[in-house]
Design a protein around this ligand. Structure first.
Ligand SMILES: C[S@@+](CC[C@H](N)C(=O)[O-])C[C@H]1O[C@@H](n2cnc3c(N)ncnc32)[C@H](O)[C@@H]1O
Length: 220
């Protein structure tokens, strides 16, 4: 798959995402407001982090599933999604108001929206594998996170295979036999740590219960 075919496929299939969320309005009404910060993310911050925390949630869908509430902390979430305008219209139509911004943008162009080293933490769940260029996306997420801080990835294992490469599902993410985070599809196979070895250290985990691969990418 060339870069331009990948982008063309992505452009054609992006609108299918909004159709899914249109069927999830009850869920949106309960989750669209402020919810507790994901416990895994709290763990990654550890006990020593400061009070003010800035988080970028990339490809969240209509609301930041990472959550926003952490007792004693001032968590500021910003979300970025290529369907942000469509999601905002959907939420407005159903009187759902978010307490944080969802900006229009792609993981591949974060530096057009934010300065370098802007965030304490960047999170991407089940969205980088929907992007047209996950390596470019990861490099952009690393640019906007502060040195020493993390980009956390959480994705269903080998989603493109499971979805038979339909729609936006063009990339598989998994942990390989050497414990490395692998991005792959029918044409490419990338050991992610080999690409980013001078920029980040990567730890990869499998959550067997949810069949998800998690990676903690710490910027050097
Ligand atoms: C399956 S939803 C994931 C929603 C949520 N993060 C979760 O874990 O349930 C995929 C989201 O990725 C977004 N997406 C697709 N391509 C993207 C890209 N290039 N950059 C950022 N987000 C993208 C879609 O618009 C959609 O909202």
């Amino acid at each position: 798959m060339t870069e331009s075919t990948g982008k063309k496929l992505w452009d054609e299939n992006l609108p299918t995402e909004i159709r899914y969320w249109e069927t999830q309005l009850d869920f949106l009404k309960t989750q669209g407001g402020n919810t507790p910060l994901n416990p895994w993310i709290k763990e990654l911050f550890g006990d020593e982090c400061g009070v003010d925390i800035s988080i970028l949630d990339v490809g969240p869908g209509p609301f930041a599933g990472i959550g926003t509430l952490w007792e004693g902390k001032n968590v500021k979430v910003v979300a970025v999604d290529p369907l942000a305008d469509e999601y905002s219209a959907l939420l407005a139509e159903h009187d759902i108001t978010l307490q944080y911004p969802i900006l229009q943008g792609n993981v591949e162009n974060l530096l057009e929206l934010f300065s370098k080293k802007r965030f304490d933490f960047v999170y991407c769940s089940n969205a980088l594998d929907h992007s047209f260029d996950p390596l470019l996306g990861l490099s952009q997420m690393l640019e906007v996170v502060k040195p020493g801080h993390c980009v956390a990835l959480n994705h269903r294992v080998n989603e493109a295979e499971r979805c038979r490469y339909r729609g936006l599902h063009q990339w598989n993410f998994c942990k390989d036999d050497d414990g490395e985070l692998l991005f792959w599809n029918k044409e490419e196979r990338v050991v992610v740590s080999e690409v980013f070895n001078s920029k980040a250290s990567i730890e990869c985990f499998i959550n067997a219960e949810s069949d998800e691969v998690r990676a903690v990418v710490r910027k050097i």
